[in-house]
Ligand binder design. Structure first.
Ligand code: 2AM
Ligand code: CA
Length: 261
């Protein structure tokens, strides 16, 4: 697919940050002996990746606004456009030497996500989409799965970590969904969970308490691949509320019904 100039800038930035992160990822395993050492190292890798991405994106489009997980937000000279960036989604996996993490970059225009890139450098999988142009992984067009029976469906979710208060809700949701489907996975990188639903690897996904940078890019990839998505409380906005239920068209309603109870 021939993408817009902006999409090409996003893909280039994701590749550059991805290369730096892969180098750091190889180092992490050597640092596991000292947990604090590894934690500090990963924080630096994360910050460094955001700096590289910011250099590329703001260098090419200096008037756009910015929202990054590490560097916070800044309105641009052009208040209608904003980059939304998670330099390292799946930090805990990265820290533990698990090759399941991604760079996530989205472009928002007038409050709508118009382009998204989720890059998994460890597997060299570049997921991307632009509004109206479909979703892609490397050279292949993406399409959500064709499964329509709940009992054959594989879903992903996220479990609250670090003493978060929404654990009981999530466990209740899992108790309703698990008996109805063929399995639930929890891999800890929301951007990849969304990209995997877009690719038909998972049939659906739900999670609470996400940040804009975790979901912005994955959401347009999912929708351009034919997926449906809503927040857990349907009248809200996914990115603002930070909750999501998504699936292919056939499974969206049954999954949403179980998650919402
Ligand atoms: P992050 O790595 O960018 O922080 C999914 O559960 C989301 O929660 C992930 O996309 C991850 O984004 C975030 N998260 C933050 N801390 C986490 C932790 N300790 N374990 C799992 N996910 C975590
Ligand atoms: Ca992050």
């Amino acid at each position: 697919m021939v993408g817009s100039a902006n999409l090409n800038i996003m893909i280039k930035a994701a590749r550059r940050a991805g290369r730096a992160l892969v180098k750091d990822f190889r180092e992490v395993e050597n640092l596991q002996v000292s947990m604090k050492g590894a934690g500090d190292f990963v924080s630096r890798a994360d910050l460094n990746a955001e700096t590289l991405i910011k250099e590329d994106l703001m260098g090419a489009r200096p008037t756009y606004g910015w929202l990054g997980e590490e560097g916070g937000g800044a309105e641009g000279q052009d208040p209608t456009r904003r980059w939304i960036v998670d330099p390292l989604d799946g930090t805990t996996n990265f820290l533990h030497g698990l090759p399941h993490w991604a760079v996530s970059i989205a472009l928002e225009h007038k409050g709508q996500i118009v382009a998204g890139v989720v890059f998994d450098p460890a597997k060299d999988e570049m997921f991307f989409a632009e509004k109206g142009a479909g979703a892609w992984m490397n050279e292949s067009r993406l399409r959500v799965s064709g499964r329509s029976k709940m009992i054959e469906a594989l879903f992903a979710t996220g479990l609250p970590f670090g003493g978060r208060s929404d654990l009981p809700e999530t466990l209740t949701e899992m108790a309703r969904v698990a008996p109805a489907c063929s399995g639930i996975r929890r891999w800890g990188a929301a951007a990849l969970d969304l990209a995997y639903v877009a690719a038909g690897r998972y049939d659906g996904y739900w999670e609470r308490r996400l940040n804009a940078w975790d979901i912005a890019a994955g959401l347009i990839i999912l929708r351009e691949a034919g997926g449906l998505a809503e927040p857990i409380e349907p009248e809200k906005d996914i990115v603002a509320d930070g909750t999501i239920i998504c699936a292919n068209e056939a499974l969206f309603s049954p999954l949403a019904k179980l998650v919402r109870g």
